[in-house]
Design a protein around this ligand. Structure first.
Ligand code: ATP
Ligand code: MG
Length: 341
């Protein structure tokens, strides 16, 4: 029996941030020892909303790979590949499109939220609308069973499993596998502006590669409790970005819980908690920044080429199983057809 496959990806729409780290990257570093892990740079998916600015997508591919290595993803243990260079993924999407209805896509809560955010109005590109189906291809092409993602991806995994069940039932096969999300304690890191999610597109995140000055500036600009004016005022912890980040990144949960109590009672200033968070984040990001600086662009390129070569082979194998399950493997069955028709 081969190892179970873990699969995830990131859109190369910008550098990776703390949300990626706690929501997904740390899990990938853990999983790579035990699972056969594939990590996809989702440039095709990024083009579904950045098609007018492809250069941004292209430029961020190597940035994302740098972030992977900086956090400890090991290309000898994980296969890093570029989505647009694996054509079987597009072919799979064509076959899966038949199994998904327009109304099902319209109900997807993540797509709904993104549509509201992106302001397409009535001019929603078909490519963007269908990206959850291309995600079904990404997961199933590699027979991914474990998907280490943030909470925003749960609807995509649900969608994947619906297609898997429908495909297997309809074509009487077991060729596709259902996937399970692998969530962390911080399923969704809030933005530094207090918005529900830190995201590259919203530019409300602390990036793993931010300089010490930028990290500090972002921490000190964080949304806290607008009614907590004087140090002696009682303050709110819920919706307070600094505490959300301390929960996610401070190693001592007990210390944070006693700080929260003090803040709620009154007597703890925003500057004190911001300074604590700044120290924690500076310590966390320093080794990643150093690792990142030591990486050579040519090596990163070669890692992508090597990983993509392997990924292509695996995806093509699944594509031929899918075509043969549907029965459109005519050429392979030439002799059988000639005998029976
Ligand atoms: P974009 O704004 O371009 O969509 P993004 O910041 O949402 O970028 P993605 O590339 O879409 O990043 O997401 C990559 C992975 O990181 C996904 O598994 C996603 O669930 C996870 N992730 C992204 N943002 C967060 C967050 N704020 N908290 C937890 N996980 C996150
Ligand atoms: Mg996203």
């Amino acid at each position: 029996m081969g190892k179970i496959v873990a699969l995830t990806g990131d859109r190369p729409t910008g550098k990776l941030h703390l949300g990626h780290l706690v929501g997904s990257l740390k899990s990938r570093v853990e999983l790579q020892d035990t699972y056969d892990q594939y990590i996809m740079i989702a440039d095709t998916q990024a083009l579904t909303d950045y098609f007018e600015n492809p250069q941004r997508v292209v430029d961020n591919i190597i940035e994302v790979v740098s972030d992977y290595l900086a956090v400890g993803i090991d290309p000898n243990l994980s296969t890093i590949f570029v989505q647009s260079q694996v054509p079987a993924l597009c072919e799979l999407t064509m076959y899966y499109m038949n199994l998904v209805t327009v109304s099902r896509l319209e109900r997807n809560p993540t797509v709904k939220a993104e549509l509201a955010q992106k302001d397409f109005g009535k001019a929603v590109p078909v490519g963007f609308f269908c990206y959850p189906i291309s995600q079904v291809s990404d997961i199933t092409a590699f027979k991914g069973e474990i998907v280490p993602v943030g909470e925003d991806q749960l609807p995509m995994i649900e969608q994947t499993n619906e297609v898997v069940r429908k495909f297997n039932r309809l074509y009487n096969t077991q060729c596709l596998k259902e996937a399970t999300a692998y969530l962390t304690k911080t399923k969704r890191l809030v933005g530094i502006d207090g918005k529900a999610k830190a995201s590259k597109s919203l530019n409300n995140a602390i990036f793993l590669s931010d300089s010490p000055e930028v990290i500090k500036e972002k921490v000190y600009s964080m949304f806290t409790d607008p009614n907590h004016l004087k140090v002696s005022d009682p303050g709110k912890v819920e919706g307070n970005v600094v505490f959300e980040y301390l929960d996610a990144f401070h190693p001592d949960a007990e210390e944070i819980s006693s700080l929260k109590a003090k803040y709620q009672k009154g007597g703890l200033g925003d500057t004190t908690i911001k300074s604590l968070l700044n120290n924690v984040l500076q310590d966390l990001l320093l080794p990643m920044r150093e690792k990142r600086i030591s990486l050579k662009k040519e090596d990163l390129f070669d890692i992508c080429i090597e990983g993509t070569r392997k990924a292509r082979g695996v995806a093509e194998q699944t594509l031929s199983e899918v075509k043969s399950s549907i029965g459109i493997d005519f050429f392979e069955k030439r002799d059988f057809y000639l005998k029976n028709h």
